[in-house]
Design a protein around this ligand. Structure first.
Ligand code: ATP
Ligand code: MG
Length: 263
């Protein structure tokens, strides 16, 4: 089994990185794929959306600790919690907040996430890493490990500027660290609220003009908030909802799942 390695990132806050990770992951799990989510954000929104506990830096190994000290395969496995059939997560922990500072002077500082996740390569079909809204060394770690990048955006003019900055950062990192640049699966436009104002229509159109393909369009839906309150993915909470179908369309268009023939 060769695990796909994806980072979901955008330094712009609130563009639904965590929501996309959760429901794309849930869609893949529902399709029978063994899926590992990684909560790389000290805020732990992905972990709490699944109603799981954060790891406790005082009593157990955390991802940040494993990245700082190194670990073996059994230790890497001990980070993983199962949420439901085919869906696992490496939960957040508070020490992710100090990880960038602690990594700052470490040798091979941007390779540390790879050291941990490569130990789990044989156990999952897909791994999705939910990054925090920042372009710092922890995000660099996600980029160094990932072969593919999926970029959630929202219909906001700053999304376009943020994207330029993000692409520049990826280019600088991969050139400086001499690592293979990731493939871009594309953009997921989130929190779409129609009808658009003239202004939002312009931003929406501009997002479609960018050099990256739009592989998903996800509307604002109360079912998304309700699923989170129940600790479920949309594929589990309301598989027939239009937004559940849109996450399946994303999974196909972004290349995770094969196109299913029309019935
Ligand atoms: N399709 C949607 N329908 C309804 N609410 C949504 C949808 N997508 C995201 N949200 C809500 O928008 C808020 C921001 O989403 P989310 O936390 O996923 O963004 P983020 O990019 O991960 O934020 P951060 O930058 O803080 O990590 C959350 O409260 C989430 O529940
Ligand atoms: Mg988030």
């Amino acid at each position: 089994m060769t695990m796909t390695r994806d980072a979901l990132l955008n330094q712009k806050g609130g563009v639904a990185k965590t929501t996309t990770t959760l429901h794309l992951g849930g869609t893949l799990a529902a399709a029978g794929r063994k899926t590992l989510l990684v909560d790389l954000d000290g805020q732990g929104n992905l972990t709490t959306a699944l109603k799981l506990d954060r790891l406790n830096p005082k009593g157990e190994l955390t991802l940040a600790r494993a990245m700082l000290d190194g670990c073996d395969r059994d230790a890497a496995r001990s980070l993983v919690r199962q949420h439901s059939e085919n869906l696992w997560i490496i939960p957040s922990a508070l020490d992710l907040f100090t990880l960038p500072r602690n990594l700052y002077s470490a040798r091979s500082s941007e390779h540390r996430l790879s050291w941990v996740l490569e130990l789990l390569e044989d156990e999952f079909d897909h791994c999705l890493v939910d990054c925090r809204p920042a372009l710092e060394v922890d995000t660099d770690n996600a980029l160094t490990w990932a072969t593919d990048v999926l970029i959630p955006v929202d219909v906001d003019e700053f999304s376009i500027e943020a994207l330029e900055l993000l692409l520049g950062q990826v280019h600088t990192l991969t050139t400086e660290a001499r690592i293979e640049p990731p493939r871009y699966r594309g953009l997921v436009i989130n929190k779409i609220a129609r009808p658009f104002s003239g202004f939002h229509q312009k931003v929406y159109d501009a997002l479609h003009q960018l050099p990256l393909p739009v592989v998903g369009e996800i509307p604002l839906r109360t079912a998304v908030a309700e699923a989170k309150n129940k600790g479920l993915t949309i594929a589990q909470y309301e598989p027939k909802a239009d937004v559940a179908r849109m996450f399946r369309d994303l999974a196909v268009k972004a290349g995770y799942l094969p196109e299913t023939p029309a019935p």
